[in-house]
Design a protein around this ligand. Structure first.
Ligand code: HEC
Length: 324
């Protein structure tokens, strides 16, 4: 399936205002009156029928995006790497948005493998990842989902050929009302995503959460070591270095608990350890609700930097506890 060049541009990690206008110059000016001057209205988005994890039937434009601020991604539930990382990362954003979720802000994770991902399978997935309100997991006909991915600029060449082996780790956030759509990476800082959804794209005037009020409210990032940077961007959506506080185990003291060689193998290829029935991997997989830690395709240098960082942090935490 060849994607359109403007759609292809949406696949870069840019705030694609330029791409969006390029896209409209390619499809021509729409003849209908767009909401508040935006071309991104009912005539652009396919109003396809989808079914959510509770078996409820909805229409994409009318029920899911009209007058709403939304984050949309495409997943498949038996995906080993990018989808769980993306789901975990969106979960952090959901937590920051708190009670706004399901009121004016909505998340949609749409399956690209509808044959496998029935509403029941999606429901189990949502429960496994402990997602909160305002977040729907959806499935529909293959042709409809393909059309939607194409329209949203989230279809990449070669994915179908690779039989779902790889798919774009990116999603779209936007406001139908404002006619603004941006492609983002799941590895964006959750606070920045929450800020964009909760303030930038919203018309929610009374919203006064100081924490999300501005970029200044976000944590100032000091200069980080390579290991800490990796941990913050790739791991802390599922792990804390203190006690357990997420989808995966708390990692305090992990470099003492586990042999270093095992840890290095685990970080590089958790999927392989599980497939080889490594006893620790099997036990962890059962204990953590059968959420498999994603293979994040880390290099040897990444793994080394992470181990150094986790070791140093655990020591720091012990010292802090002793000095209390
Ligand atoms: C999508 C969530 C997710 C992400 C992202 C993730 N993990 Fe995990 N991790 C898990 C889960 C779940 C387990 C428990 C084992 C299992 O079920 O696969 C785990 C297990 C582990 C373990 C083994 C703990 C033990 O008791 O031996 C380590 C170490 C670990 N992760 C480190 C990391 C590091 C470092 C990163 C970032 C490079 C990371 N993880 C990213 C979910 C995640």
């Amino acid at each position: 399936m060849k994607t359109h060049s403007a759609v292809g541009c949406l696949n870069t990690l840019l705030i694609c205002t330029v791409a969006i206008s390029a896209m409209f110059s390619l499809v021509g000016s729409p003849a209908w009156a767009a909401p508040k001057g935006s071309p991104w209205g009912a005539s652009y988005f396919p109003n396809i029928e989808l079914i959510d994890q509770n078996g409820q039937s909805v229409h994409f434009y009318d029920d899911l995006i009209k007058d709403k601020v939304v984050a949309i991604n495409f997943i498949f539930t038996h995906c080993g790497d990018s989808c769980p990382a993306e789901t975990a990362s969106l979960r952090q954003v959901q937590k920051l948005l708190g009670e706004r979720m399901g009121k004016d802000i909505f998340f949609y994770s749409i399956s690209i493998d509808p044959d496998h991902d029935t509403p029941q399978v999606l429901k189990e997935y949502a429960q496994k990842f402990k997602v909160g309100p305002g977040w729907r997991f959806l499935t529909g006909s293959k042709a409809d989902v393909l059309l939607l991915r194409n329209k949203l600029g989230l279809l990449r060449d070669g994915i179908e050929a690779n039989k779902l082996a790889e798919h774009s780790t990116s999603f779209l956030i936007g406001s139908e009302n404002k006619g603004q759509w941006m492609k983002r990476s799941p590895f964006d800082e959750p606070k920045v995503l929450a800020w964009m959804l909760g303030r930038n794209l919203s018309n929610f005037k009374s919203y006064q959460n100081a924490e999300l009020a501005s970029y200044e409210g976000a944590d100032k990032l000091p200069k980080l070591s390579a290991g800490e940077e990796l941990f913050r961007s790739r791991c802390d959506s599922c792990h804390s270095l203190g006690r357990e506080d997420g989808l995966g185990p708390g990692l305090q003291g992990i470099t003492q608990l586990r042999d270093k060689a095992w840890l290095a193998r685990w970080l590089k290829t958790p999927d392989k350890l599980l497939a080889d029935k490594d006893p620790i991997a099997v036990e962890l997989y059962k204990r953590y609700n059968k959420i498999l830690m994603p293979n994040l395709k880390l290099s040897d240098a990444d793994v080394e930097a992470l181990i150094v960082y986790m070791e140093a942090s655990s020591k720091g935490l012990e010292q802090a506890a002793l000095s209390k």
